[in-house]
Ligand binder design. Structure first.
Ligand code: UDX
Length: 458
């Protein structure tokens, strides 16, 4: 099938190259000429494991091309995915101006039938607005449309894997034709009938469930999914505060409650909070959706509030140990909002560092992938070649992103290099016992066994 994907960000690029890999001919469009030139020159606009190879292979096979003019793509394709950004406005509502602009450009040039699929994360009833838009601005004598919703659930850092092996595919449609076309688009993924580009021996996998519903429900499924995951994280962070206060172990609590299959063990890792380009903005947008529909979304406001307080609580812990921060040398391991990505959008690490710099601390930092993007947002930090340079002469080191490589550090060496062997673990990635064996003072999130705290008797 000939498919157009508009927007070459995470969702767009992974969708475009994934669909090409499963045999479709895909034109990926982005009005950022610089990004298109980078892609056509074989470069990647961001770091995502496995994506570069996928793009190269499909471009070489002429199944994938990158252009900047929507009109040239629309003329060749019936199926159009809208994957543009929907960043938050001042008040947290989703900014849909890029979605509307794309709709305008499509309706100005489209001829014949087109299925326009919203894949960007959008508030409920956006599809309705698109339908209205096409009925007003589309030249109904020459063109007719179906609108559909097909939310994306990929995670940064494992986006390629999530495209080929999703838990489910959700489509929101208003017509059998639209449903049929989307099923055709995704057939190889639904039937897992493709040669897996990620796993050498992928083996026969069960078919992927296809959830077919109406457009409004499909749009809500995305916001509700992300808000629920964010709620799990804020829940365990709330519990971890209690564990610290009463002398219990949040890691054990999470492990045991997660064994209940109704709860599930994922997304119960306490820490410095969730960040990234999705959870914070989707939560804000969903709270506004609830509000404008006259519903009480206090629960999600609390999820936001608990998450925002993670940074304060973590900095308080550091001050509790280091007393005056002015002039203290603090090392930071990890800047990205999570491992396996160079993305620092709403990264808790950056918020923590800003607080430390504001208190006059001297900060050295290292991240395997995200230093370039962090530098743009955080001058005043010394970016280092590796984790050891960061530890050299430090009064404390903060582990803020759980990159695999930090687990295999030589902690004997780290201890001898630091002015005070003290590690604050904001992602509970290290073991308390290992740290003690290396003679390193260790403060994690959620265990009552903190260094110098007085557990109150309730
Ligand atoms: C998320 C959703 O997982 C994905 O389905 C959706 O399509 C986009 O948003 P992503 O933003 O890539 O994906 O990150 P995710 O892996 O979900 O992590 C989000 C944040 O939560 C990260 O900052 C991570 O560190 C934090 N997190 C995650 C926790 O603090 N604890 C956990 O147990 C899990």
């Amino acid at each position: 099938m000939n498919i157009t994907v508009i927007g070459a960000g995470y969702v767009g690029l992974i969708t475009a190259s994934g669909l090409a890999e499963t045999g479709h001919r895909v034109i990926c469009v982005d009005d950022d000429q610089g990004k298109i030139d980078t892609l056509n020159a074989g470069g990647m606009p961001f770091y995502e494991p496995g994506l570069g190879d996928l793009v190269d292979r499909n471009r070489a096979a002429k199944r994938l091309e990158f252009i900047s003019r929507i009109e040239d793509a629309v003329a060749q394709c019936e199926v159009i995915f809208i994957c543009v950004g929907t960043p938050p406005l001042e008040d947290g509502e989703a900014d849909l101006s890029s979605v509307e602009l794309v709709a305008r450009r499509i309706s100005a040039c489209a001829r014949g039938y087109h299925l326009v699929i919203e894949k960007s994360t959008v508030p409920v009833q956006t599809g309705r607005r698109l339908q209205k838009h096409f009925s007003i601005y589309g030249d109904n004598s020459q063109s007719h449309y179906d609108v559909a919703s097909n939310p994306e659930f990929l995670r940064e850092g494992s986006g390629v894997e999530d495209f080929f092996h999703p838990d489910r595919i959700v489509i929101g449609v208003d017509s059998k034709k639209a449903a049929g076309l989307l099923e055709e688009v995704y057939r190889p993924v639904l039937e897992q009938s493709f040669v897996c580009p990620i796993h050498d021996s992928c083996g026969k996998r069960p078919h992927v469930p296809l959830v077919v519903t109406d457009i409004n429900s499909a749009e809500l499924i995305k916001h509700a999914s992300n808000s629920f995951l964010a709620m799990k994280i804020s829940f365990i962070n709330m519990i971890s505060d209690l564990c610290e206060a009463v002398g219990a172990d949040a890691g054990k609590v999470a492990q045991a409650i997660g064994m209940d299959s109704r709860i599930g063990s994922s997304f119960l890792r306490p820490g410095i909070g969730f960040g990234g380009s999705c959870f914070p903005k989707d939560l804000q947008a969903f709270v506004r959706v609830g509000q404008s529909a006259g519903c009480d979304f206090t629960l999600l406001r609390e999820v936001e509030r608990i998450n925002q307080r993670r940074v304060d609580l973590f900095v308080d812990k550091i001050k509790h140990e280091l007393w005056v921060l002015r002039g203290k040398r603090i090392g930071v391991w990890g800047l990205a909002f999570k491992p396996r990505t160079d993305d620092v959008r709403s990264a808790p690490a950056l918020a923590i560092i800003r607080r430390l710099l504001a208190e006059g601390a001297v900060v050295r930092a290292y991240d395997p992938q995200a230093m370039g993007k962090a530098k743009a947002q955080l001058p005043g930090v010394e970016y280092c070649a590796d984790a050891y340079v960061v530890a050299e002469g430090a009064d404390a080191v903060l582990a803020l992103t759980e990159w695999e490589e930090f687990l295999s550090l030589d902690f004997e060496k780290v201890r001898t290099m630091m002015a005070r062997p003290l590690i604050f673990d904001g992602r509970n990635m290290f073991s308390r016992i290992d740290m003690a064996e290396h003679g390193i003072e260790y403060v994690d999130v959620g265990s009552g066994a903190q260094l110098h705290n007085h557990t109150p008797t309730l």
